[in-house]
Design a protein around this ligand. Sequence first.
Ligand code: BG6
Length: 470
Amino acid sequence: KEVKKEFPEGFLWGGAVAANQCEGAYLEDGKQMSTADIKARGFFGGLRRDADYYPTHKAIDFYHTYKSDLKLMAEANFNIFRTSINWARIYPTGEEETPNQKGLDFYHDMFKYCHELGMKVMVTISHYETPLYLVDTYGGWDNRKFIEFYMKFVRTIVDNLDDVVDYWLTFNEIGNAAVKPICWDAACIYPDSENLLQRMYQAAHHQFVASALAVKYIHQHSNHAKVGAMIAYKTVYPYTCNPKDVIAAEKEKRKEYFFSDVQVRGKYPDYIWQYFEENNIKITFEEGDEEIIASYPVDFITFSYYRSRVVSSEETEAAEKIIDTNTLEGIVNPYLPKTGWGWSVDPDGLMLALQDLYDRYQKPLFISENGLGAIDTVEEGNVINDDYRIDYMRKHVQAMQRAIEKGVDLFGYTMWGPIDIVSNGTGQMSKRYGIIYVDLDDEGNGTGNRYLKKSYNWYKTVIGTNGKDL
Ligand code: BG6
């Protein structure tokens, strides 16, 4: 067999966002509050109802500007756009019998417009934005009722939008349902809850069932759409070659694999029971759950990749080297540069991720998020020379190419936040990922004007030459 040296023809290139981080219009056209809308501004703004400013309420106003924004992306040669459907636009409280037509029309128009511009559409069904009313009334996803609330939402969006959707993802970064503090986003459980680990894994179980039911429904009702998993992948390295560190790293890896193993292989992996026993976690399976999970695995795997991690055992405990990176504590890797937010920059880690996931599952892979959060400076004439972003992206695209040469079946790449949006972890606008600049600051002040950064032209060429000209 010939070694593939280039990106395959028809490779999908584009960008990804989440509704709550860009749309704003948080109470418009019938929408009500979602779980994202009580995240107060700034670093660790926290979950509050009395803050003076909530970045998602206005975000970048994509709700009103999506046409011109998407046009800029299409002009950069994008052939795919990934976004989510804000559940609270379709079922404002989550409990309505009938959906909000205005919400459905909004997404139908937007996705249709993407196709007119030559972009396929990948939809994340649930991306950290559950109707807040449901959570206030029923608690988080550890309440089994959420499966039916979610399925009502799934049936509605599939019945109404499938003609303009190409790929569906069931849950964004499903594994974060069991990661503190991001369990609020993924599983709607307050990170300071009692019995947190037990609750988080029970929530994950309900999401596995819900995901499988969504796959079933989409396969039955769509004659074209494919359904994927979406996991957060952080390549894990042992701190030293001490076997104890290697074992600790393997243990950590399995905590992450657990989520893709269930969604891809259709069953709980054998190794997880020991972890559950050690941590006194008891999952309630209802009759039929096992069969549902087994019968409807995902068609493909997508993942976010921003950084790698280092893990140590107690024996070589690297406590003094631990830093907090706002979504996770981690040991500093002395061999890698870091972003301003302490995330390691590791393109080799992306190649390893691709090889690893492909070796493990032999399913088509898609990178649904990757990018550099950085502070940009606007120079005279609204010029933004973001060479650091070009450098980050170039190295990651090269890593993808190396993985393809090694036989990995990778079919697409959506950079995170092609247009600057609100950071999920910190609520900042100033943590920018975009190739398109948005003139707004962390308090929401600014003109909202869009400017093309230097990376815009770079990415446009990359896509235009299908990854040849980097
Ligand atoms: C992923 C999420 O974890 O990382 C996105 O799916 C998020 O919603 C992205 O925005 C980058 O993280 P942050 O905290 O820099 O916005």
